[in-house]
Design a protein around this ligand. Structure first.
Ligand code: CTP
Ligand code: MG
Length: 223
């Protein structure tokens, strides 16, 4: 079955605070979106790649991405969910989707290949997961703690997130649904989501500190 990667790269990067939209900010000389696409290609697990970018960045994205018949650029949307929807519309032929943030620019190709392999093994939804280092608490609007879930049962979830195509399409058909990741939408349908071990290098570049870390990694810092 055809594996299509959908790469949300249409965010503004408000928390990073650079003048350029985040996916176009260079890390070690390459824009994040190019690094993410190169990682997907290097995984050998992906047949086609759809990259969703801000409308005014389509041309520059085409120019900076690896020239390939299997890499396509489309216009994303106002929220990440809208960008993924735009990607789905551009790739109706998929048997499997991998949704992979441009902001996880240093994701090891082996992790991408593992997610695809778990889909082929029959799991309908697959996400990389890492134990959390911090204690996580819920708080109310006034900042008072309302609960402390058992950390041993919590995981930080990364991308790529892999899905049987029909399941992800159904999850996105519902109108007005909200979730902070794609698996969250699939969970709303009651589907089982399978976790596999994530990788620290698949961290999301969100803040200036994350960008500093990414540069250090590319400079060969001994971590
Ligand atoms: N994304 C997208 N379309 C949006 C918003 C986000 O394609 N409307 C993408 C981002 O480009 C990023 C990924 O979704 O690759 C994860 O989002 P996030 O890390 O939040 O990136 P931004 O939304 O750009 O950052 P911020 O929230 O700080 O503005
Ligand atoms: Mg965002």
């Amino acid at each position: 079955g055809t594996v299509v990667a959908l790469v949300p790269a249409a965010g503004r990067g408000v928390r990073l605070g650079e003048a350029t939209p985040k996916a176009f900010v260079p890390v070690g000389g390459s824009p994040m979106v190019r690094l993410a696409v190169e990682g997907l290609i290097a995984s050998g697990a992906v047949d086609r790649i759809i990259v969703m970018v801000p409308a005014e960045f389509v041309e520059s994205a085409v120019a900076l991405l690896p020239p390939s018949d299997s890499v396509h650029v489309v216009v994303g949307g106002a929220e990440r969910i809208d960008s993924v929807r735009a990607g789905l519309a551009a790739a109706p032929e998929a048997a499997y989707y991998l949704v992979h943030d441009a902001a996880r620019a240093l994701t090891p190709p082996a992790l991408i290949a593992r997610v695809a392999a778990e889909l082929r093994a029959g799991h309908l939804a697959v996400v990389p997961a890492l134990p959390v280092a911090d204690t996580i608490k819920s708080v109310d609007a006034a900042g008072a703690v309302t609960g402390t879930p058992d950390r041993a049962q919590l995981r930080a979830i990364q991308t790529p997130q892999g899905f049987a195509a029909g399941l992800l399409r159904s999850a996105y058909l519902a109108d007005g649904v909200q979730a902070t990741d794609d698996a969250g939408l699939v969970e709303l349908l009651g589907a089982q989501v399978h976790t596999i071990p994530g990788d620290p290098m698949a961290f999301k570049i969100t803040t200036p500190l994350d960008l500093l870390l990414a540069h250090a990694v590319l400079d060969g810092a001994d971590l």
